[in-house]
Design a protein around this ligand. Structure first.
Ligand SMILES: O=c1[nH]c(=O)n([C@H]2C[C@H](O)[C@@H](COP(=O)(O)O)O2)cc1CO
Ligand SMILES: [Zn+2]
Length: 195
């Protein structure tokens, strides 16, 4: 016990885990997104997930994706990145990084740029060319924001939180299992993306 623990989360794994955990607060039945902002000193300064604005009832507004636009979730839901930026506990987040479980859309890209964040680390991107993501990339690149795909651990690494016992385990194995589905890589591109 004289040596430090070797099997721990890297900084990026830690911040992305927080984004992933936050996504589990989302009530969106289809897509749960989480975001975590850190400042230049690697301190967490904002967390968010996709959800309805304060005071707007989850029960009264729709969560569907198709049909009459007014009866879908798109005009009502606040994106995870937007909530993380609005919830920040520090005025100046210039030079900060946002960790997000899903590649930010163009509307979130505008907020990211205007808030001074200079790096985006994302875990997943919908496949194919999606206008909201293409426009986002165009804006972020033009503004000099670094876009980086989250670098997953070389070996399998998973966190298990047991809320009944209040325990947590970090499991690592030398080999990546190929049979186990990775929900993060199964995001379909069937949805219309409207911020
Ligand atoms: O940048 C984003 N941030 C974010 O929080 N979201 C949320 C909004 C919706 O609740 C959901 C996307 O809906 P869909 O199920 O159509 O993929 O994810 C979506 C995006 C980009 O699409
Ligand atoms: Zn967005």
């Amino acid at each position: 016990m004289s040596k430090p623990r070797e099997d721990y989360l890297s900084w990026d794994e830690y911040f992305m885990s927080i984004a992933l955990l936050s996504s589990q607060r989302s009530k969106d039945p289809a897509t749960q997104v989480g975001a975590c902002i850190i400042n230049k000193k690697q301190r967490i300064v904002g967390i968010g997930y996709n959800g309805l604005p304060h005071g707007c009832s989850d029960k009264e507004l729709p969560w569907g994706k198709t049909g009459d636009w007014m009866e879908t979730k798109y005009p009502y839901v606040c994106h995870a990145e937007m909530n993380a930026i609005l919830n920040k506990n520090q005025a100046d987040i210039d030079g900060g990084t946002i960790f997000t479980t899903l590649y930010p859309c163009n509307e979130c890209a505008k907020l990211i740029i205007q808030s001074g964040i200079s790096k985006v680390v994302y875990a997943n991107k919908k496949p194919g060319s999606v206008p909201a993501f293409d426009a986002s990339e165009r804006l972020l690149k033009m503004a000099g924001v670094i876009i980086s795909k989250f670098d997953p651990p070389a070996s399998e690494k998973s966190l298990k939180i047991d809320l009944n016992t209040g325990s947590i385990s970090l499991d690592s194995s030398q080999q990546k299992s190929i049979s186990k589905p990775n929900p993060l890589q199964n995001i379909s591109n069937d949805s219309k993306i409207i911020a």
